[in-house]
Write a protein of this length. Structure first.
Length: 1047
């Protein structure tokens, strides 16, 4: 048995004895403490820190009851003033122990949480610690026992022999102190347990793991064996040669590979001071693109460049295991590189890569699976979020590559990963949604599906995984992005999911489509794919019929509690709403329960502002999450009660969509937000409804307060959309691009609209480092001293050539809401100038027909319907642009349906029709900046150091130019692209000495993976005074938008 030294034990005994005497504790208590230490010589307990005197613990109160032993215990009430309980005399060296335990008595079983923190700072200014979360779901006494190995590591703790403090805290880490909690703690012990550590994981098993020996016996002995087999190459070559889509994808892949080729090998760097992740991802992407072209064409230049890259990364000092995502993604890239280029590498090169893969990655994962101590994080293997898929998946792909060369260790890795990687799959139940939002859906899929594909190719079987997942929520996982994507191509960006702009796409939908035979997933990704190496690898088309216009327009995802509703699948101008309920305090969640977005006519009228990047930099500023506007309720489109420094909603609050009903003409959802606002109200319910043939949107709140509250209602608007409140205060308008969204405050009486900047309220924190949301505003309703109230706000967007909506909005109790009858009269066909409306569906009531801007004659619309059952009336548009209105009335009942066909001028693909202006030159920091033109986002913005401003122009040859004022030697430049993580912009760079004679120094595309500055290397060093960047649009549309440029 492992024991502490005699000197250490004696010092602990004397310390406890003196502590008891110094603070007046009974002599028996001091004697008992010393006896406890002495028992360590023959038993398991090596040290006890009793709760016998409150002076030992800051933030608590000494009580004699309840207690577990001794003279007393410490009472900890986790209200705001005492949210932490800190040990004033923490033992500095705990390396002799591996287990801590204590008793906790709870007054309420309310799922309140606290963190156990052992600070262990390795270097000055770097906040490092071990942490363990505890959820209190019991009343009375319970003994808690934790192995040190179960504690997570933040950054780089110095070790259990270098502990600087011990504290328990109920704030921070997405926690909010719960005022009703009263906890009593007693008998804290540190012990040594000789048994091997295995985490106790309770999770659903979808697929029984194969016997470990089967991995080696089933292994494909030759390389390549990961993701892409040689027998797949003829099929892929035929597609790339003969299919226009394939030809385009190959061209895009080659351009990207060439871009990577021109860049130097990556070096070890932590750009944000914490993560190597951007390096790991870049290496992975490089290997996939070079590797695919090498496999297809055998050009040795890709082999040679891949060796340079792999040689560089295996020579790194480490792969940053303190943030294990970085390590896992590097194992993925290096494993695939080792496998795909295996036959071109020499044995010495293979050995170099193999040893680096083991030393920097597989060795650490093996230790984690075996319960052995090693550097870096280890708790990733059994977590329930995206980390599980990435770390288990990335590790496994590395292990598959070298299994036959490291059979014992890699068999352990593959066996354990197969079991652990199933843990988070349950989060896809019951209907495919992912609890962390769409961005982390994509991240999880990137690794889980690559893992599954790796099993298929390396072993010839996935060991029953896909079969075991059929009929589960995971088999419907593609529904989540498909339904969250808006008619504009972007997506409902709740949680940490970026801006929600651009065009959403993910190769995972190809894999899911093929394995679960889902034509909707196949069609979605085929229409939106960027055509990179991943699309080519995972594209497995199959014959299937799909009438997109007949797919259900609405979807409610239970458990995640997110819903979307739309008026059409095929009209970019369709109305679209997203609703967010669910849970606060979970991974990447914002305090956004009840929030919504609303788009229509190609505009984002009410939106989610998106991710706050500074929440990923807490290791630098240490600000709590609730200090940031984009995280707080007031930064979303929901309610705020009694604003102050802390959250308005419960930090662990829940909201459930209790009703979700849909018909052809309308759809509604009702959410119960009471739990989230229980500090302020007895009942809070919010209803959302697309109504009036899905041409308007209503949000209605019914609130029964606990007491009069200071209440706010918010709805954020896209930057650059001006808002105006009418004289009555009951109506407001948002105007942009020849369209107007009318907002109506229907209830309560006496309330008024106001527009406010998207900034914190006066009582809220306002860190200088947070996003400033320049140009963004929010529609607000302020109701001071309000207890019981109904708030109803309706939105109705129209084109400026149309009249303001005359539809009436009735405010009726949520419990009486019913959907309109779907069985009303309907058309069977619409033709425009004799041609059938291609995307017509009888239960879709609004269409847009795009025509050249110089169109003179209004097209003739004819309709078909059952003349025995209904009458039709066509009121043609009188001018272009214009709207033709078709009324269908049932002869017997008098029920009616109204179809609209709008005739609109075409604009550049993805363009918004915004007016452009000739740009005026401007001098910024001694550099003269000019541009071909702009849409109001001026060229000088690219040098202002603010990533929220930009230069923008829509067109195929829009340029921005710089006169540097003097001759410079340039080898490249840095560019940050607006929505650069969602689309790729094609561009060229030319330089000149005189501004007249230009020479090309770069031609290519942005990566489509980053919104930060990307470096583009010129073809050699260039002497130049003038630099011009010519842009040709992006993979989504013809917009060219740059946020920052650096020389």
């Amino acid at each position: 048995m492992r024991r502490a030294s005699l000197a250490f034990l004696v010092s602990v005994a004397l310390f406890l004895f003196c502590l008891a005497g110094a603070f007046g504790a009974p002599a028996a208590v001091g004697k008992a403490a010393a006896e406890t230490v002495r028992r360590g010589w023959s038993g398991d307990v090596l040290q006890t820190l009793g709760f016998e005197d409150v002076a030992f613990w800051a933030g608590g109160t000494l009580v004699s009851s309840p207690k577990k032993s001794g003279a007393g215990a410490v009472r900890w009430s986790t209200h705001t003033e005492t949210s932490s309980l800190a040990c004033r005399n923490t033992p500095r060296d705990l390396s002799a122990f591996n287990t801590m335990s204590f008793w906790l008595h709870s007054s309420h079983a309310n799922d309140a949480t606290f963190m156990i923190i052992f600070d262990s700072n390795r270097e000055k200014g770097v906040f490092s610690y071990y942490s363990k979360g505890v959820t209190v779901d019991w009343t009375g006494w319970k003994k808690l026992e934790f192995r040190f190995r179960s504690f997570g590591k933040a950054r780089s703790p110095a070790g259990w022999d270098k502990i600087t403090s011990l504290r328990l805290t109920a704030s921070g880490w997405n926690q909010e102190p719960n005022p009703e909690c009263v906890w009593v703690l007693d008998d804290l012990q540190f012990t040594f347990d000789a048994k091997p550590y295995r985490p106790n994981v309770q999770a659903r098993t979808y697929v029984k793991a194969p016997v470990p020996e089967r991995y080696l016996t089933s292994l494909r002995k030759s390389h390549p064996r990961l993701i892409l087999l040689d027998e797949d190459l003829p099929r892929i070559r035929a597609f790339l040669a003969n299919d226009p889509r394939g030809q385009s994808w190959l061209e895009n892949t080659r351009k990207r590979a060439e871009q990577y080729y021109r860049r130097p090998p990556r070096h070890h760097e932590l750009p944000d001071g914490r993560r190597l992740l951007s390096v790991s991802r870049d290496v992975c992407n490089r290997i996939y693109h070079w590797g695919l072209l090498y496999r297809l064409e055998k050009d040795p230049k890709w082999l040679e460049r891949a060796w340079e890259e792999l040689k560089a990364v295996v020579a790194f000092k480490d792969w940053n295991p303190s943030h294990y995502l970085d390590t896992a993604e590097m194992m993925h890239g290096v494993g695939v590189g080792y496998d795909w280029f295996y036959n071109g590498f020499t044995e010495d090169q293979r050995k170099t890569i193999r040893e680096g893969l083991w030393q920097h990655g597989l060795r650490l994962s093996y230790a984690a699976y075996m319960g052995l101590e090693a550097e870096g994080q280890q708790g990733w293997r059994h977590v329930t979020n995206n980390w599980n898929f990435v770390c288990n998946g990335g590790t496994s792909l590395g292990a598959m590559a070298v299994l036959d060369e490291m059979p014992e260790e890699c068999t352990v890795i593959l066996d354990q990963a197969f079991r652990y990687i199933q843990i988070p799959v349950e989060h896809f139940e019951p209907d495919g949604a992912w609890w962390e939002g769409i961005s982390y859906w994509g991240y999880s899929m990137r690794y889980f599906l690559a893992y599954l594909r790796g099993l298929e190719t390396a072993f010839g079987t996935d060991f029953g995984f896909i079969k075991g997942l059929k009929g589960t929520g995971f088999s419907m996982a593609g529904d989540f992005p498909v339904h969250l994507v808006s008619p504009l191509g972007g997506y409902f960006n709740f949680a940490d999911s970026g801006s929600g702009g651009g065009t959403y796409r993910h190769w995972a939908l190809f894999y899911l489509a093929a394995r679960f035979r889902n034509p909707l997933y196949l069609d979605f990704q085929r229409r939106n794919a960027s055509g990179d190496a991943y699309d080519i690898l995972y594209y497995e088309p199959f014959e299937a019929e799909l009438a997109l216009q007949d797919v259900a327009l609405d979807k409610c995802f239970k458990k995640t509690e997110v819903a979307t509703m739309r008026s059409s699948w095929t009209d970019r101008n369709a109305l679209f709403a997203g609703i967010k309920c669910g849970r606060n305090g979970i991974a990447h969640a914002h305090q956004d329960l009840g929030s919504f977005i609303f788009y229509g006519l190609g505009e984002r009228w009410v939106l989610d502002l998106g991710t706050e990047g500074q929440t990923y930099q807490s290791h630098k500023h240490r600000l709590p999450r609730h200090h940031f506007y984009r995280i707080r309720e007031e930064g979303h489109n929901t309610l705020v009660f009694n604003p102050g420094e802390k959250y308005s909603q419960d930090g662990r609050g829940k909201a459930v969509i209790t009703r979700f009903e849909s018909s052809a003409k309308d759809v509604f959802a009702v959410a119960d937000l009471t739990h989230a606002y229980r500090k302020h109200a007895k009942s809070v319910r919010r209803g959302y409804r697309l109504l009036n043939h899905r041409r308007a949107f209503l949000v209605q709140d019914e609130i029964q307060g606990n007491a009069p509250s200071d209440l706010w209602w918010f709805g954020h608007s896209f930057p650059g959309i001006p808002g105006e409140v009418g004289a009555s205060g009951k109506q407001a308008t948002l105007k942009v691009n020849g369209k107007t969204c009318h907002a109506y405050l229907l209830s309560p009486e006496g309330a008024r609209f106001a527009f406010m900047d998207a900034r914190p309220l006066p009582t809220s924190p306002d860190p200088d480092i947070q996003q400033q949301n320049k140009g963004a505003t929010k529609l607000a309703v302020h109701l001071p001293e309000t207890e019981d109230v109904t708030i109803a706000v309706a939105f109705a967007p129209v084109y400026d050539f149309e009249e303001e909506p005359s539809m009436a909005f009735d405010v009726t109790p949520l419990e009486t809401w019913e959907v309109a009858d779907s069985a009303g009269p309907a058309l069977s066909a619409i033709t425009v100038d004799g041609r059938p409306l291609g995307d017509f569906s009888a239960r879709v009531y609004t269409y847009a027909v795009m025509l050249p801007p110089d169109t003179q004659a209004v097209p003739v619309v004819t309709v078909e319907a059952d003349a025995d059952v209904c009458d039709t009336n066509v009121a043609s548009a009188t001018a272009f642009p214009g709207t033709t209105r078709i009324a269908v009335t049932a002869k017997l009942s008098g029920a009616s349906s109204v179809y609209l066909v709008r005739f609109l001028p075409t604009v550049p693909p993805g363009g918004s029709g915004k007016p452009h202006f000739r740009s005026k030159p401007v001098v910024v920091n001694g550099v003269t900046v000019s541009a071909s033109r702009d849409d109001g986002n001026r060229p000088g913005n690219v040098l202002d150091g603010d990533p929220e401003t930009r230069w923008s122009a829509s067109g195929e040859k829009e340029w921005i130019a710089f006169d540097l004022g003097e001759r410079k030697i340039l080898s490249g430049l840095n560019i940050a692209w607006y929505n650069g993580n969602q689309r790729r912009t094609s561009f060229e760079v030319h330089v000149s000495m005189d501004g007249r004679s230009w020479r090309e120094v770069f031609k290519g595309q942005s990566t489509g993976k980053d919104i930060e500055l990307e470096h583009y290397t010129f073809n050699g060093e260039q002497a130049a005074r003038h630099v011009r960047i010519t842009c040709f649009g992006n993979t989504s549309n013809l917009w060219n938008s740059i946020t920052e440029i650096g020389f």
